[in-house]
Structures are given as structure tokens and as C-alpha cells.
Design a protein around this ligand. Structure first.
Ligand SMILES: Cc1cc2nc3c(=O)[nH]c(=O)nc-3n(C[C@H](O)[C@H](O)[C@H](O)COP(=O)(O)OP(=O)(O)OC[C@H]3O[C@@H](n4cnc5c(N)ncnc54)[C@H](O)[C@@H]3O)c2cc1C
Length: 374
């Protein structure tokens, strides 16, 4: 393997690939998995216009249009919030990663090597990349897109082990409506209220739970209770980062994606946020004009969502049910407006609703949420 590079990208997941795709100059990507995109861990729910936001042009990854959410509440109610046009889509995430990699492969200056990076060390004006097999490579700058486990980040003393495990049970069934995604407002299923069903089209669904503990048992319980007749296709899973943004840059080492905390603390979604931030980093390294407004907007969004997550963790299931039941139209508007920047939209919607005197309980809980930690 060649020892000296301009850039080395650690991790060939979406964000590492997005940086490598945009970077100009000799770039080595080191990925520990044998095949790009697999095994998958991601739900693949993104905004309808994600390709535009990621500046990718057309990518053939769309599996299903989603026309709203069916929300199951603690009291056994099913509340359908249906939108007249798709509010989000479900994509095949491995295909997205492979498509970006396919584009990278056309560039003769870029190479992928299979390997496990043990350590990233700053060393007198360059960066040393130490592989598990003992080999050491050198580069001018390293970009670490290692995902939510943050092993390298923690080794550098810059991270913490606090991502939450998530599991998907993939089932085939005719019992569900493929135009909806499903949410369960039930703290007993997930303390983060992240228990859901994602429609993948062709009668396939991902039943998901993000939480500590035996979450495989919890997804099975959801399947038994809400789906009943199904064929088990398989399980997948990974770690979800819900704690907000982290510092991106330490000298010549840059972190992107989940490793930089670029996910929504509300849902854990990181494809769009992580992808945009990775593109902006590559432009910065290339010396191109960077969209500072976009970066600021995303940073603020993540912080607002972190605030919303804290509030959400405070409100009990019964209050949440009341909020959803009393505000179906507003929630529909919210879904229609903007899927990715839902922090800002939700904040506007809340202030408007509070002004109308409709959401006094929400405001009360919000104030409690700010001053207490779980
Ligand atoms: C259960 C679950 C459901 C999700 N659902 C959604 C969703 O519906 N919508 C959405 O937008 N987001 C979702 N996400 C989040 C999304 O998957 C992540 O934000 C996104 O994958 C981040 O990309 P990344 O490149 O930062 O990390 P990853 O995709 O995790 O890629 C990291 C890569 O680095 C490699 N790697 C790690 N360490 C090393 C090492 N030491 N040496 C070499 N290679 C290494 C890994 O093998 C991996 O390929 C979900 C996440 C989970 C866990």
C-alpha cells in the first residue's frame, strides 16, 4: 500500500464518501467493511429533496413515498396525520453509499483500501494513520468518518461513549399501509420515543427501536402487537447519536458525520445533515467558497432539536397524546413544510400555538424541561 497521501479518509460510510467525492487531490479511503454500504444499519428516511440538498443530482435509490404518519398512542388510539403529497421518502441507503463510491471510483486520484484504522496521530505537520495490522500511513490531513461509535475520537480524548443502540426487524406483511410511517408514543417501548415502523415498499417494513436494554425483544413485541401476520426477513442495527454537534476540527484531523455529532437529536437522522456538512468541509479543504449560512443554519437546527429532545424526554405519554390529538392540522402543516429543518418549524408552530392559548401544557412542560435533566 502507498504510504504517503494528501488526504486519508477513515471510514467509507456516507459522510466519509461524501468528503472523498468532493475533495480535490490524492485521497485514500480506508474502510473496515468488505463491501461499501453493507451491512446496513440505517432506516433510510430522508426529505423528498435530499438529492438537491446533498448536491448529488439524480440518484436512483428511492424505495417509497411517505404520505404522513400513523401515530399509536399510550391509550391505544391510532391518529393518522395524512399529507396530500409525500412529506418524506424512504431510500435504499446501501445503494446511496455505493452510488457515491461508483462516482469516486472514476477519479484516478482516489483509492479505497480495506483496513481497520487503530489510531490517528498528529505528528509534526502531518498525520499518522496507524492500521491494526501494524502498517503506518502518512497524510497532510485526515478526515475521520468513523460513525457514532467514535472509537478514534475517544482515543484522541475528544469523544464519549454515549450513542444509543438501535435495532430494525425487517418484516414482510400486508397488514400495514405502505404510504405511512408509524410512530409509537409509548415510553415503555423506547425512553427516547424512538419506536417506529418504516415502510420500504413492496410489503417490506422496518420495525425499529432505539434505546438501551433488550431492544430486540421490544421490536418483536411491536411486531406481535401491531403487525401480527408477517414473515421475518432479518435484523439490522447500529448506534444512534442524539447528543448534538461536536467540535469538527483538531489541527489537521477533521471529523464528519456521526463522528462529529451531525445527526438530528430528535430522530437520529444524519443522512442529510451529515452529508451537507461533509460537502462543506470538502469545499473548505479545496479552497472553494463555503456556504457559511448553511453551516450556521444546520448548527442552530441541531441545537434547537437538542432542546426539543430534552422537552420530549420530559413530557409524559398522555400529554403527548393530547398534543397530537389537539393539533392534527398544525402537525400536518409541519410535516408539509420541511422535513429536515423541523426544529425551526416546530418552534414556530409551538410559539404560534401557544399564542393561541392551545398549548399551555406544552409550554409548561417545556419550561420544566429546560431546567431539569433526565
Ligand atoms: C438504527 C438506525 C436508524 C437510522 N435511521 C436513519 C434514517 O432513517 N434517516 C437518516 O437520515 N439517518 C438515519 N440514521 C443515521 C444515519 O445512519 C447516520 O447518521 C449515517 O450513517 C452517518 O454516516 P457516517 O458516514 O457518519 O457513519 P456510518 O454510516 O456509520 O459510516 C462509518 C463507516 O466507518 C467505518 N469505520 C468505522 N471505524 C473504522 C475504522 N477504525 N477503520 C476503518 N473504517 C472504520 C464503518 O465500517 C462505516 O462504514 C440511522 C441510524 C441508525 C443506527
Amino acid at each position: 500500500m502507498r504510504k504517503e497521501w494528501k488526504y486519508i479518509v477513515v471510514g467509507g460510510g456516507l459522510c466519509g464518501l461524501m468528503v472523498a467525492y468532493r475533495l480535490r487531490g490524492e485521497t485514500l479511503i480506508i474502510e473496515r467493511k468488505k463491501r461499501i454500504g453493507e451491512p446496513n444499519h440505517c432506516g433510510g428516511v430522508v426529505s423528498v429533496d435530499y438529492e438537491r440538498k446533498l448536491e448529488l443530482g439524480y440518484v436512483n435509490t428511492r424505495k417509497q413515498n411517505i404520505y404522513g404518519f400513523a401515530i399509536h398512542t399510550i391509550n391505544g388510539k391510532k391518529i393518522e396525520i395524512e399529507t396530500p403529497k409525500p412529506c418524506c421518502i424512504v431510500i435504499d441507503r446501501p445503494s446511496l453509499d455505493r452510488e457515491i463510491f461508483r462516482r469516486i471510483s472514476k477519479d484516478s486520484e482516489k483509492t479505497l483500501e480495506h483496513g481497520y484504522v487503530k489510531e490517528v496521530v498528529q505528528d509534526r505537520g502531518e498525520v499518522k494513520i496507524v492500521l491494526r495490522d501494524g502498517e503506518t500511513l502518512r497524510c497532510e490531513r485526515a478526515i475521520v468518518g468513523e460513525g457514532a461509535q467514535q472509537v478514534i475520537r475517544r482515543k484522541m480524548g475528544k469523544g464519549r461513549l454515549s450513542a444509543v443502540p438501535g435495532v430494525h426487524m425487517i418484516v414482510e406483511t400486508k397488514e400495514l399501509d405502505e404510504h405511512f410511517n408509524y410512530l409509537f408514543l409509548d415510553e415503555r417501548l423506547s425512553a427516547h420515543r424512538l419506536s417506529y415502523i418504516i415502510s420500504m415498499g413492496e410489503d417490506l417494513y422496518k420495525i425499529g427501536v432505539v434505546d438501551k436494554g433488550n431492544i430486540r425483544k421490544v421490536v418483536e413485541k411491536i411486531a406481535e402487537r401491531y403487525v401480527r401476520n408477517y414473515r421475518l426477513v432479518g435484523f439490522e442495527g447500529g448506534l444512534v447519536w442524539l447528543h448534538g454537534p461536536l467540535r469538527m476540527n483538531f489541527g489537521r484531523v477533521y471529523f464528519v458525520g456521526d463522528a462529529a455529532g451531525h445527526t438530528k437529536p430528535t430522530t437520529g437522522g444524519g443522512i442529510v445533515i451529515g452529508g451537507i456538512m461533509s460537502t462543506q468541509l470538502a469545499k473548505n479543504l479545496n479552497g472553494e467558497v463555503v456556504d457559511k449560512n448553511e453551516i450556521r443554519k444546520i448548527h442552530n437546527e441541531i441545537l434547537i432539536m437538542k432542546f426539543i429532545r430534552r422537552i420530549l424526554n420530559k413530557i409524559d405519554d398522555y400529554t403527548l397524546e393530547k398534543i397530537v390529538l389537539n393539533n392534527k392540522e398544525e402537525l400536518k402543516k409541519l410535516l408539509m413544510e420541511e422535513y429536515d429543518w423541523h426544529g425551526t418549524t416546530l418552534l414556530h408552530f409551538t410559539t404560534k400555538a401557544v399564542r393561541k392559548g392551545k398549548l399551555a401544557t406544552f409550554l409548561l412542560e417545556a419550561i420544566k424541561g429546560i431546567f431539569k435533566t433526565r
